[in-house]
Design a protein around this ligand. Structure first.
Ligand SMILES: [Zn+2]
Length: 137
């Protein structure tokens, strides 16, 4: 028997590692993630940030959620969902599309990225963003 398995999560992490070879981050899945999807945790003690993903996230959505949270880790917690985070998120998503789908992102993919950015920015503006947090000591 030959099983050829293409793991989109592994491909996502490898693609991000090529963009950010010095990045140090732990990615975990957990049950009962408050707020639903995922968050990036920035420890106060200088330890490497970590990303916690809800185990309820459908597998097809995991690469995009990892890209979203890694962008937070790369640009820092103070960037929130502002233009610096947006630029990093867009760059990672375009890398992922190229690596996983094998072609440049078309208008439909760009529209999905635009929608995610708009929703994330709105969550900053209405105070509901919960996906980047400092560790409580
Ligand atoms: Zn976010």
């Amino acid at each position: 028997m030959t099983i050829t398995y293409h793991d989109p999560i592994k491909a996502t992490l490898e693609t991000i590692s090529m963009r950010h070879p010095d990045l140090s981050v732990e990615v975990h899945f957990a049950n009962d993630v408050e707020g639903g999807a995922a968050y990036a945790m920035f420890p106060d003690d200088g330890a490497a940030p970590s990303i916690v993903l809800s185990s309820d996230i459908p597998v097809f959505a995991v690469p995009g959620v990892i890209a979203h949270e890694v962008a937070h880790v790369v640009v820092g917690i103070d960037a929130m969902h502002g233009p610096v985070w947006e630029a990093e998120y867009r760059a990672i998503m375009l890398d992922l599309h190229r690596a996983i789908v094998g072609e440049e992102a078309g208008p439909d993919v760009i529209a999905e990225i635009d929608e995610e950015v708009a929703m994330s920015r709105a969550s900053d503006e209405d105070g509901t963003a919960t996906d980047y947090v400092k560790a409580a000591e």
